[in-house]
Ligand binder design. Structure first.
Ligand SMILES: *[C@@H]1O[C@H](CO)[C@@H](O)[C@H](O)[C@H]1NC(C)=O
Ligand SMILES: *[C@@H]1O[C@H](CO)[C@@H](O)[C@H](O)[C@H]1NC(C)=O
Length: 303
């Protein structure tokens, strides 16, 4: 009897020890250690998503990226597509409001259309000149400012196609020169939002290799290879550009391939991406789907 009781006590103690060990092992992976709380959202892809001001007032996001400047290139034509949102000074007021509540607003160039390219050094300098005068601190006569005197906080490269001739490196360096701090100037957030494939396409690699990008949002949705291999690619991305902060780009739409259930954001995505010391946060595509699904309100605590 006594021996049996002892064995029971011993096995209970062993179970407790195992349980404690499991808690300790599970602990670090789930620890809040490298969380940043940063969530960037794309806005401008559907007019039913609500205004920019409304997106910033949700308190869910720490940056908003407007998309897209979808036409630019050697012929000097530029076009901004915000999916039916009025492109007017009223958006400038919303931009200022977002900035006032602490949410920087950036502009993404590129997108899913075919109207852009940057096939020479001069084309890159011209695009810089246009961006600077239309959306930032420049005020060249004759350059229309779609958002009035609002001054944006950044430029994002969302390039779905390109060629070896494209000079996004020249554009990036030119933007970096204007990364003014203090005075009337403001820091300019230079970011890119590629699919997860690594290495990136040559035209983007040449730009990223300048080492001056502040953030890269790695899209892990809507791409069969990314759904399967993003963990592996994430490690390569974060190792290749140690000076850049990496954001994991997820879709808020359950209908999109590669959607990650919030539970798996907690158990898999967050602990995996936060192993990198240059982890930056989450990127959510996009405000329209997020408004419908409330995805960010579920996952933001894991960011
Ligand atoms: C936090 O980042 C460091 C690298 O800087 C890494 O060694 C550690 O495992 C990370 N922590 C978590 C909880 O992922
Ligand atoms: C998302 O949140 C809004 C506001 O709280 C609510 O009206 C809506 O039903 C929610 N949608 C989903 C899919 O949970």
């Amino acid at each position: 009897m006594a021996a049996l009781g002892g064995r029971r006590r011993a096995s209970a103690a062993a179970l407790l020890a195992v349980a404690t060990l499991l808690v300790c092992l599970a602990g670090p992976a789930m620890a809040a250690g490298n969380k940043t709380g940063q969530v960037t959202v794309f806005w401008g892809r559907n007019k039913d998503e609500g205004t920019l001001r409304e997106a910033c007032d949700t308190g869910l996001y720490t940056m908003v990226i407007m998309s897209f400047l979808d036409v630019y290139g050697p012929n000097g034509k530029y076009h901004l597509d915000l999916s039916g949102h009025p492109i007017a000074a009223i958006i400038g007021d919303d931009i200022k409001h977002c900035q006032f509540v602490g949410v920087p607003v950036s502009l993404s160039i590129g997108g899913f259309g075919s109207g852009y390219s940057l096939p020479s050094r001069q084309a890159a300098l011209d695009l810089f000149d246009y961006l600077w005068n239309a959306f930032f601190g420049g005020s060249k006569p004759g350059v229309h400012r779609p958002f009035g005197d609002a001054w944006l906080d950044g430029v994002d490269l969302f390039l779905e196609h390109g060629t070896a001739a494209d000079r996004y490196d020249v554009l990036a360096l030119e933007l970096a020169k204007h990364n003014i701090r203090g005075g009337p100037g403001k820091p300019l957030h230079l970011t890119a939002t590629p699919r997860c494939g690594f290495p990136p396409a040559g035209y983007l690699k040449r730009a990223l290799d300048t080492g001056i990008f502040e953030r890269v949002h790695v899209r892990i949705y809507d791409d069969a290879d990314c759904e399967a291999y993003w963990h592996l690619n994430w490690d390569k991305w974060t190792a290749a550009y140690p000076a850049t902060r990496f954001y994991v780009g997820m879709t808020a739409s359950e209908m999109t391939h590669g959607w990650v259930h919030p539970k798996n954001v907690y158990y898999d995505v967050a602990p995996s991406v936060q192993k990198a010391d240059n982890y930056g946060g989450f990127m959510i595509w996009d405000r329209y789907y997020d408004k419908l699904s409330n995805y960010t309100s579920m996952v933001k605590y894991y960011a």
